[in-house]
Write a new protein. Structure first.
Length: 138
């Protein structure tokens, strides 16, 4: 069994964004040389997310609207967490969208269903953040 680890770095200038990171994850898989196994991709920050869904701009817009209804940024005074930073809503959005994904690797490829892609969700941008890619297999 082999193991591979790499960090992807992001610095999103906007407060929120959804970035398709499937190409970067695929590069990691190719670099690892692993043909059969599992790949874990997780956001290493509590105000960011990694999730799987369709790469369709209307869906991304719908996510943005839905998440803002569930956990609106303003007024920041509505949250007890806010004090040093005004990012309580980002913590809640991350909880909804998830921390990580695990994908099967089959014959050296990500074993996806139709339309599936891996996304990085940023909910409190403006600083450097990391995503861990960990691959185990043979």
């Amino acid at each position: 069994m082999k193991s591979f680890r790499k960090e992807l770095l992001f610095h999103i200038p906007t407060r929120r964004a959804f970035i398709n990171i499937t190409p970067q994850v695929t590069e990691c898989l190719q670099e690892s040389g692993i043909r059969e196994g599992l790949i874990l991709v997780n956001a290493m920050h509590i105000t960011a997310s990694v999730f799987i869904n369709d790469d369709e701009s209307g869906l991304h817009h719908d996510y943005e609207v839905w998440l803002e209804k569930l956990a609106p940024h303003a007024p920041v005074s509505q949250y007890r967490h806010n004090g040093y930073e005004d990012n309580a809503d980002a913590h809640l959005k991350r909880q909804i969208m998830g921390r990580e994904v695990v994908v099967a690797i089959t014959d050296g490829k990500l074993d996806f269903g139709p339309w599936e892609q891996i996304f990085y969700g940023e909910f409190d941008g403006g600083r450097k953040k990391r995503v861990l890619v960990k691959i185990i297999g043979k």
